[in-house]
Design a protein around this ligand. Structure first.
Ligand code: FAD
Length: 287
């Protein structure tokens, strides 16, 4: 587990050492972005979902086709029993269409933790969706944390379907702005890093490089996405105990149990082999 703020501060420090100028606490408006388009050769938009580009080109709705809705608290309480491990608990009673849905307890130390909840939603106007605050209240109650001190509140959406177009003029979308969070677990830091790296690499190749960006990114992600899709299908089709058995099977220490699980789920076995078995060259990160 990485502490995001510490990691991001370190990335910023390394970028500054390489001569990057960072302007903090500045909100880019649509009009500013339009002006910047004339000033700069290329712009990578990593403003999350919905992105500033989507406001300029009027496609904010695309982020809400399928997304994970998250709500998280930073709590002060006694987490000694869990620290330094983490806990993830599924909501077996929620209808399949809202799955994946789960809550997490990620202790930062023995006295402080991020506790959050996430579920899948389709369509911005869809009123038929779980009450995310109620789900979090249920999680806090299950964990005996109803009296914990709330230090911070946060949350948001994680667009879990890659947008059909990632390049608008000289604007290139990366990370959440490109709709790259995992539909399985809502994590997106890995793909934000990957797409950022590939976008920088694309820009160095000029118009030709940028034209190939989306296709290259898709190639890098397709095996991981295929495995996630199969896992989600199983999560929705199997009952809770069957899915639990599957998770126990694939993570078992025993080779025999893993082999038996692979025989019962050959589709999953095949896509896992494909994902882990294919080597992909990632452009170098500057150090
Ligand atoms: C509650 C929650 C928990 C999560 N936990 C995890 C996790 O454990 N692991 C994981 O891998 N992923 C996690 N994710 C997903 C992860 O946060 C994102 O996928 C990741 O941060 C995407 O990075 P990004 O740089 O593309 O966008 P973001 O991190 O969203 O960054 C966008 C940045 O752009 C800035 N910005 C927005 N608009 C403007 C503007 N107009 N002008 C200037 N700046 C602007 C924002 O302030 C922000 O700093 C979580 C998401 C949520 C909501």
């Amino acid at each position: 587990m990485l502490d995001r703020q510490t990691w991001q501060r370190d990335l910023a420090r390394r970028a500054k050492n390489l001569g990057v100028r960072i302007h903090e606490n500045i909100r880019i408006t649509r009009a500013q972005l339009e002006r910047m388009q004339k000033e700069y050769d290329w712009i990578l938009d990593a403003s999350g979902a919905p992105s500033v580009t989507s406001r300029l080109y009027s496609f904010t709705g695309h982020y809400f086709q399928e997304y994970l809705l998250a709500h998280q608290l930073v709590l002060a309480s006694d987490f000694r029993a869990l620290w330094p491990r983490i806990k993830i608990v599924f909501f077996p009673n929620l209808p399949a269409k809202y799955q994946p849905a789960y809550y997490w307890v990620f202790p930062k130390n023995a006295g402080r933790a991020n506790v959050g909840v996430v579920c899948t939603v389709r369509g911005i106007l869809n009123r038929d969706r779980p009450d995310i605050k109620k789900l979090l209240a249920d999680a806090l109650s299950a964990e005996g944390l109803t009296d914990a001190v709330v230090l911070e509140r946060g949350g948001g959406i994680a667009a879990s379907r890659m947008l059909t177009n990632l390049v608008y003029g000289n604007l290139i979308l990366v990370g959440d702005a490109a709709g790259l969070t995992s539909a399985l677990h809502g994590g997106g830091i890995d793909l934000a890093c990957l797409s950022g790296t590939l976008a920088v690499d694309a820009v160095t190749g000029g118009h030709e490089g940028v034209a190939a960006y989306q296709e290259k990114l898709t190639r890098y992600m397709q095996d991981k996405l295929a495995l996630e899709r199969i896992t989600i299908q199983k999560m929705r089709a199997l009952n809770f105990d069957q899915f639990d058995d599957l998770l126990c099977g694939v993570t078992s220490q025993s080779r025999f149990t893993r082999f038996k699980t692979a025989l019962c789920h050959p589709d999953m076995f095949y896509t896992t082999l494909k994902w882990f078995g294919t080597k992909k060259e990632i452009p170098d990160w500057p150090v």
